[in-house]
Design a binder for this molecule. Sequence first.
Ligand SMILES: [Zn+2]
Length: 651
Amino acid sequence: MKFICGSDEHGVPITIKAKKEGITPQQVVDKYHKMMAASFKEFGISFDIYSRTSNKVHHETASEFFKTLYDKKIFTEEITEHYFDEKANQFLADRYIVGTCPKCGNENAYGDQCEKCGSTLSPTDLINPKSTLSGEKPVLRKTKNWFLPLDKMQSQIEKYIESHKDWKVNVYGQCKSWLDQKLQPRAMTRDLDWGVKVPLKDAEGKVLYVWFDAPIGYISATKELFASHAELGSASANNKTLKQVQGDSQEWKKYWQDKDTRLVHFIGKDNIVFHCIIFPAMLMAHGDYVLPDNVPANEFLNLEGDKISTSRNWAVWLHEYLKEFPNKQDVLRYVLTSNAPETKDNDFTWKDFQQKNNSELVAILGNFVNRTMVLTQKYFENKVPPAEEFTKGDVLLMEEMSRFPKKISSSLDSFKFREALAEMMNLARAGNKYLAENEPWKLSDQKRIGSVLNICLQVCANLAVACEPFLPNTSVSLSSILNIGKLNWRDAGRTDILKTGHQLGTAKLLFDKIEDAVIEKQVAKLQESRTQNPESNTTMTNATIDDFKKLDIRVGRIIEANDFPEAKKPAYKLKIDFGKETGMKNSSAQITKNYTKEQLKGKLILAVVNFPPRKVGPFVSEVLTLGVPDKNNETVLVEPGKDVEVGGKLS
Ligand SMILES: [Zn+2]
């Protein structure tokens, strides 16, 4: 088994970022590749190779792949018209064209999308198009590109997807919906100067489409992996050709061209179509390769109820996290795994982070290990006592111990990482419960105390193995507390890992409590970036009926309105009654210009009641009252026109 990963370093957004920062695209990708590789390492995420698509080996591999398809006459050539900037002397990618949105009149809509109204656009839809490179009006010019005829491959791809009904529902469903809409030919080349050059004579100024070259990156990285290992990671490796780093090794083929190879892609849902339809279509067309066997894609993870966005700084940056939570990599790993959006979108909140740390890692896992160690020190001078004569309860726990490895590995094998992690925690929970029920500190029979603690210590040793895939640092700490070397998975389930008389190491707390103030600081930091990036509130994408159903919007009656002197902008503190089901909620509202406190009292309004509570200074705003701006851009509350019942749900 090999874990292959890498940075995808081509595509238009990188060239835009480079222009913005006044540096070259290469400098952009150098910076981010280094940052990402460092973060993976810091957080205990390891690969057999972490490569990048700007490497020479990759350019060679991708261009050879394209050439093979070209020679097999797979592509269709099509001449289409695209906007061209005569001053900058180049074709313009959709994102390089701005103009007025024909749907909403926004003057800064992009060639592919209006971020104000969320419409998907084509560059020729824009009124008054302008090039962002020169500010000039672009002209339409003919250009030739090479298309992968996905339409002709429809039935072949359908057959492939239908043979994978075992895939996760969200993945299979998305593929089905693409296929139902009928596949269209897709251009595999672009008029752009950043990327893998199209290896054809009449293709000057063209590169491979980023989603053509990026997945081939997995193949290139595998080639590099089996190349001379001394070269890997060295600064010079990036510029070496395949021949130079690989010699004649064909070892990589075993992982790509042997029919028994199982290829699995771990990705997010926005990349499903590329890994499940386009890449397999490319591999089918080539003919020498195995197809992805599974693509257990995750859905999206949001942050405090809002879509994560690095450009708006609505994110938790790993390097900042490490500074603020030193040595707590495993806490973040734990929370992310237990919250992983495996089947639907999920939300990361700081409150939940604190709660999972305090009431699971500290209270269950950490507490169990610590109590076991302290008691062993007290009664047996920190040596493993012998276990004699087992009670029914002892046997039950030992049976549970021997059962858990199979449970965890079968969950992992079916990509149910949350479930696997929960099984690990269940073992700690069982240990905790056993200790509480047996109360060795109340016993006088030394033999019995010894048996209880021996079993608890065996559970600790098993936890050191069981937590390794999820909490690698904790696994190391726990092994050192127990004074044992690194255990193997095959040791898991054994009830005699620690021998009688074994000298244990020094007890120390595996996790510590995270206080409210620490969490409040993180929430405030995020809110700060929200005020600094107000456009975040106007960015729209198409919503689905499911998105709408997620919102719990209810009628409430304002019971109290009070001044809010601590707020940054003039606001009231409202107390709103939402009836039996939802109860009384607090909310802050910037509506002082349009309403007096007296006018607000008794008013019926609408509010979203299921957003996570938001800190506004010293006050917690629990619901979001709905309002619209008047002509002075001051908020007017949305009120139900007729007298409706408090607590009524918008539908
Ligand atoms: Zn628009």
